[in-house]
Design a protein around this ligand. Structure first.
Ligand SMILES: *[C@@H]1O[C@H](CO)[C@@H](O)[C@H](O)[C@H]1NC(C)=O
Ligand SMILES: *[C@@H]1O[C@H](CO)[C@@H](O)[C@H](O)[C@H]1NC(C)=O
Ligand SMILES: *[C@@H]1O[C@H](CO)[C@@H](O)[C@H](O)[C@H]1NC(C)=O
Ligand SMILES: *[C@@H]1O[C@H](CO)[C@@H](O)[C@H](O)[C@H]1NC(C)=O
Length: 467
């Protein structure tokens, strides 16, 4: 595939620098083409490492796509996945909303017609260190990960990335993410907001808002919502639900033994189906652990298990394991500028169990950040796939209601292709949107609806209220 020319703004920068130093017309990080990438359409993409802490030797890995048309007029959108420990490249980019998705058991990439870089310059970050290709030279860093650490490193990443891509420095900037990024996104937004108060300052970033999907937000409401959802969707019995109501005080993080016993039954029922998409088929590849979603499997059993996968209406529940096949290929890593000097000896995983297990969960609720940033005038949206059992729509409604914002537009359906795509409610200060029939990964489950949603968010428009 022919290499796309560098963006005009980079050319201008190069011309300006030409007199001073050698200036390469192939900007750092450009990816000409990845193994298995379709010949067309052309995709303007970059990837590589950005150092976030020199003393400890920490570097975060990114994958960046310019907007499909007139990138110089489009905002910059950062996407983060959660876990903690899951890769925004394996999930967000390669399975959900990126322009190139891994298909055919990791053998190829496919162009995604519903990619979110239709309307934005789209940046995926593997965060924190220890996730995906992101690494640290100080292994003790991995024992001290918590929300503050993650936000600080993501902030340093942004500042340093913008030094490398200066044409995006004053661009309208939005942050998006799902699941545990329900913590990362508002926390990073708060740091950016606090450190951008001086519009003339060197580190000024033109943050306009954030949007989160099926987000972990407040442990009390989210746990209460999880239990109510399991009962109201016929996953557990009346008796189990009665025990949860009797024994569980979700206001404290330390659940009683009786509560744990009742919640274990919820959990065991969800082992048999996909908690992240309760009406979808479950991936039957051998899964390694309880974290985020479908995981690694054993090489010898690959073929045997693949034959057992059933695909319902084009949805393949084993999407995540294809990313692992793809991103562990040496030729992919070389083309991708990943793991170049073998700094990352371990296998690339779509989610890291050790990060999940060592993570210090110290923040109970991010709702105070919502209140603060809403008051500051940022655009704030929360969306929810209503078939997710893990961070269910019920808990998210409690969270949004707890902000006690006055209603601007009542709860009502929104439409796509003459069908109800979901519902939404607008408050003075934020919007909440549901996506009917989508699970935890809205852009994967309902790509068309996901694209309509992000476009409405970026333009600050209401979703269509008529067929
Ligand atoms: C980590 O250490 C290696 C080997 O010394 C070095 O090449 C690399 O630049 C270091 N990474 C960072 C982010 O400083
Ligand atoms: C957890 O709860 C038990 C009693 O239910 C109490 O004895 C213990 O101190 C609590 N632990 C923490 C860390 O709060
Ligand atoms: C799945 O993995 C477990 C170990 O985690 C193993 O005991 C079991 O035999 C595997 N199942 C199959 C069918 O390979
Ligand atoms: C977890 O993080 C909190 C908040 O930063 C901190 O106060 C606490 O000491 C940490 N706990 C551990 C075990 O590192």
């Amino acid at each position: 595939m022919a290499m796309a020319p560098p963006p005009p703004s980079l050319l201008r920068l190069c011309l300006a620098l030409l007199a001073l130093s050698s200036c390469s017309l192939s900007p750092e990080g450009r990816v000409a083409s990845l193994p298995g990438q379709p010949e067309s359409p052309a995709v303007s993409q970059f990837s590589g490492y950005v150092t976030v802490n020199e003393r400890h030797g920490r570097a975060l890995f990114y994958w960046f796509f310019e907007a499909q048309a007139t990138p110089e007029e489009k905002p910059l959108l950062l996407w983060l996945n959660g876990g903690p420990g899951c890769s925004s490249i394996g999930y967000g980019a390669a399975s959900e909303l990126g322009p190139l998705r891994v298909v055919r058991q990791g053998a190829a990439l496919e162009f995604n017609r519903y990619a979110w870089n239709k309307e934005a310059n789209l940046l995926f970050l593997e965060s924190p260190v220890g996730v995906g290709f992101s690494y640290t030279n100080t292994s003790s860093d991995l024992d001290t990960l918590n929300d503050d650490f993650v936000a600080e490193d993501a902030y340093s990443f942004l500042v340093n990335w913008l030094e490398r891509f200066p044409e995006y420095k004053d661009r309208e900037f939005y942050i998006a993410g799902e699941s545990y990024a329900g913590h990362y996104v508002p926390q990073l937004a708060e740091l950016v907001y606090e450190r951008s108060k001086d519009k003339k300052g060197k580190a000024y970033i033109n943050l306009k808002g954030f949007i989160v999907g099926n987000p972990i937000t407040n442990d009390y409401y989210d746990s209460k919502g999880l239990a109510e959802y399991a009962w109201s969707h016929a996953v557990v019995s009346d008796d189990v639900y009665a025990r949860i109501k009797k024994y569980c005080d979700f206001k404290i993080s330390n659940w009683s033994d009786d509560c744990n016993a009742a919640m274990d039954i919820v959990s065991s029922q969800y082992q048999e189906i996909d908690i992240y998409n309760i009406y979808a088929p479950k991936c039957l590849l051998n899964q390694s652990s309880a974290s985020y979603a479908n995981r690694a499997f054993f090489v010898n059993d690959k073929e045997q298990f693949r034959r057992r996968i059933r695909m319902f209406s084009g949805y393949d529940p084993c999407y995540a394991s294809y990313s692992e096949d793809y991103f562990n290929k040496k030729e992919v890593q070389n083309a991708f500028h990943a793991n170049v000097r073998g700094l990352h000896p371990a296998k690339w995983h779509v989610c890291s169990d050790s990060i999940l297990n060592s993570y210090n969960f110290s923040v109970f609720s991010v709702l105070p950040i919502y209140s603060k940033l809403i008051k500051a005038g940022l655009r704030v949206w929360l969306y929810s796939g209503d078939a997710d059992g893990r961070v269910p729509v019920i808990g998210s409604r409690y969270c949004v209601e707890a902000l006690r914002l006055p209603i601007k537009t009542q709860w009502q359906p929104w439409y796509l292709d003459k069908q109800v795509a979901g519902r939404f409610v607008e408050y003075y200060g934020m919007s909440m949107v549901t996506i009917r029939g989508a699970g935890h990964l809205v852009p994967l489950n309902k790509p068309d609806e996901g694209l309509a949603l992000i476009n409405a968010f970026l333009r600050g428009e209401q979703l269509p209220t008529h067929r």
